[in-house]
Design a protein around this ligand. Structure first.
Ligand code: SF4
Ligand code: SF4
Ligand code: SF4
Length: 280
């Protein structure tokens, strides 16, 4: 019998199901899309829809053929899932090729997806990865949220006074006065745009990494994720995601989202767990 956990969802029409296909970091190659197109015509009404977490769904699959459709999708090498109390599809912004991107969001999301995607837990875990503080991934509304940052520093003596850094800064944090460029760190949000704008390498990144937010959720009960005190290097996101998943496995209660667990047990408990298990 088909269940929600299997990636087959009920619809508001009794005889139809929707089949959800995971897309690692929001990417599928054109062969996979062709196969989904073919199967949506064979089993559904020829349409596909996209979820807010970048998965693809085939709607209007007759309940009698839902398991056959799932089997055929899986035979094509695609993964049906992303529903129920599991590690859900990891949402990544387009930071990998976005001009604002500071980290390889696709790599971070794909690593988490590959290692933990679909893992059963007492409660679902949603992860969001944003490649810069513009935060298109809405990281703080995920159980695990990552936001990349880059702190600028005026370090060179190669300034040609072009003013591109001043115009690039949307926070009005860069000034050019009397031939001197300076950054107001009270206004700066570490987006790195002035660093990218300066082609003379007069502004460089003095520190970059990823900030971590834990226990956020959207939906009917909003919780804003709490920032973990230690920012990470890009390559350590997978480690932290794994530890948070382990924490939920060990301490989680059925159906209780991480944000509520933090409210009940205290953020300090989760922070200590991470501190005790992080070796970097
Ligand atoms: S969060 Fe930043 S890097 Fe990611 S898509 Fe938005 S602007 Fe680009
Ligand atoms: S990093 Fe971003 S916010 Fe900070 S000074 Fe540069 S452009 Fe402005
Ligand atoms: S963008 Fe670079 S070169 Fe141009 S004014 Fe700013 S620091 Fe100077």
């Amino acid at each position: 019998m088909s269940t929600k956990k299997s990636g087959i969802l009920k619809s508001n029409e009794k005889f139809y199901r929707t089949i959800r296909i995971r897309c690692p970091a929001g990417y599928l190659d054109s062969d996979a899309l062709g196969k989904i197109s073919e199967l949506s015509k064979k089993y559904g009404n020829g349409e596909v829809c996209l979820t807010s977490r970048l998965s693809v769904e085939i709607p209007y699959v007759n309940v009698e053929y839902a398991d056959d459709a799932k089997a055929e999708i899986e035979d094509a090498g695609l993964v049906v899932g992303g529903t129920g109390p599991v590690v859900r599809a990891v949402f990544a912004c387009k930071g990998t090729f976005c001009p604002h991107g500071i980290v390889d969001t696709r790599k971070i999301a794909s690593e988490i997806e590959e290692k933990y995607g679909g893992m059963k837990l007492p409660v679902k875990i949603k992860t969001g990865v944003s490649g810069c503080p513009n935060n298109c991934g809405k990281a703080q509304f995920n159980d695990i949220g990552f936001i990349a940052y880059s702190v600028p520093e005026v370090a060179g003596d190669s300034c040609n006074e072009c003013g591109k850094c001043v115009s690039a800064c949307k926070e009005d944090a860069v000034s050019l006065e009397d031939s001197v460029v300076s950054v107001n760190y009270e206004r700066c949000i570490s987006c790195g745009d002035c660093i990218t704008a300066c082609k003379k390498e007069n502004i460089i990144s003095k520190e970059s990494g990823v900030r971590v937010y834990l226990g956020g959720r959207a939906g009917r009960r909003l919780i804003f994720g709490k920032e973990y005190k230690r920012p990470l290097k890009e390559e350590n996101c997978i480690k932290v995601a794994g530890l948070v998943i382990d924490y939920v496995k060990e301490n989680g209660r059925e159906g209780v989202r991480l944000g509520q667990l933090i409210l009940d047990d205290g953020f300090e408990k989760l922070e200590k767990y991470l501190d005790d298990n992080l070796s970097f």
